[in-house]
Design a protein around this ligand. Structure first.
Ligand SMILES: [Mg+2]
Length: 398
């Protein structure tokens, strides 16, 4: 059966939310970022992009390129709230929804055509989101996720685009190979060096040729170039969450030690999030007492993968949940409601230095393992950094 998959993406989401609250920002170049000029651009308006500004660029450089830009300090909670409102509207009427990032969703609406016609349904949903939130959003509709995502890109800003079943290849052929979601800087350069600019050229190649040049990745690109993609739309409840637990050899009420163990687990999980380029929107703390009574508490949080934010949130939960001074046998943390996203979401509070420190620590972990580097907060006071078997362990005081 032919599938019907919608992709939708809010246009310059952070900027649009700021404009809702302050209409004087409309039509102006707007940069969203941290408070200090050592910060990074988290998002910018189309007007600013015309000056060559893009996200993840140092704020100072962006202001040199576009001195008249208005700088707005990003508000994490606010954007997560609006993101949640959009998700709610979509989930109300859609059978299967995958929240792909803070401003992106995939919808599987296969079967809707029998009653409504998928295109009409998609247009109505888009109007409804615009009317109810005031936020501009673009939609793509096709038989799979890849083609719909590319269609959304072509529909921007604030438009909609349908690619009918069977029309995938001609739709993709004239577009740049850069439009294929998985073509990164490296593959792009490689393909360009082979003289390949347009997706149509990849369509005319054989899959084994692409394999010789780019390995398995090449075959995956070739499939996408030909409009082939059977990846399912995966809702939250079917997605994997990430969790860690520690069972103590001896039941304990040592709160300092418990906090250190928690901080260590949060750090390791946050690193896993960043490695997989994901953000979490919900943390759960689990405590099992010596009598096997188990208590869990959940907290919805603004999407993040920052150690600092997550350690604070889990610390809050711990304070709430651990009110009885009882011996603890096990403690665990889970991150769920995972969506795709990178550092950018957290750049409002962090300076360039803090972001590069976190990235440097992640590079060490990628090379030497998660245990290779530990923050001072995870070690008992005065404890010297201890080498682990075969690894190096450096204590890092934040
Ligand atoms: Mg967007």
């Amino acid at each position: 059966m032919e599938r019907h998959v919608v992709h939708c993406d809010l246009d310059t989401f952070f900027v649009s939310v700021e404009r809702l609250l302050n209409s004087s920002l409309s039509g102006k170049p707007v940069l969203i970022g941290g408070g200090s000029d050592r910060g990074v651009v988290a998002s910018c308006s189309y007007e600013a992009r015309r000056f060559g500004v893009h996200s993840a660029m140092p704020m100072r450089l962006a202001l040199r390129l576009c001195p008249e830009a208005v700088v707005v300090r990003g508000d994490h909670d606010l954007y997560s709230r609006y993101s949640g409102i959009v998700t709610e509207i979509i989930e109300e009427i859609t059978p299967v929804v995958e929240k792909a990032s803070i401003d992106e969703h995939y919808l599987d609406i296969t079967g809707m055509d029998r009653y409504f016609g998928c295109w009409k349904w998609t247009q109505e949903l888009r109007q409804r989101i615009i009317n109810e939130t005031g936020l501009p959003i673009s939609f793509g509709l096709s038989v799979n996720k890849t083609v719909s995502k590319i269609a959304t890109g072509e529909a921007k800003p604030c438009g909609e685009r349908e690619v009918q079943g069977g029309a995938e290849r001609p739709f993709l052929a004239p577009l740049s190979i850069r439009k294929i979601p998985m073509v990164g800087e490296k593959s792009y350069t490689l393909l360009r060096n082979m003289g390949i600019h347009r997706i149509g050229t990849v369509q005319r190649m054989e899959a084994p040729t692409m394999r010789r040049v780019l390995g398995e990745n090449g075959v995956a690109i070739w499939r996408k170039a030909n409009g082939l993609d059977d990846a399912p739309v995966v809702p939250f409840r079917e997605q994997k969450s990430m969790s860690k637990e520690t069972t103590f050899q001896q039941d304990t009420i040592d709160v300092d030690m418990l906090r250190r163990v928690l901080a260590g687990m949060v750090d390791a999980l946050a690193f896993e999030l960043r490695r997989e380029k994901k953000l979490t929107g919900c943390v759960t703390l689990k405590i099992r007492y010596s009598n096997f009574d188990t208590h869990t508490q959940q907290l919805r949080i603004p999407y993040t993968n920052s150690d600092r934010t997550l350690t604070a949130k889990v610390g809050e939960l711990f304070k709430k949940l651990y009110s009885r001074r009882m011996l603890i046998r096990l403690i665990g943390v889970r991150f769920s409601h995972l969506i795709h996203g990178a550092y950018q979401v957290d750049l409002f509070n962090d300076t360039l230095e803090e972001v590069s420190l976190m990235q440097a620590m992640d590079r060490i972990r990628l090379r030497y393992g998660t245990e290779a580097i530990v923050k001072g907060i995870c070690l008992p006071d005065g404890m010297p950094a201890k080498p682990t078997k075969g690894g190096r362990r450096a204590a890092q005081r934040p």
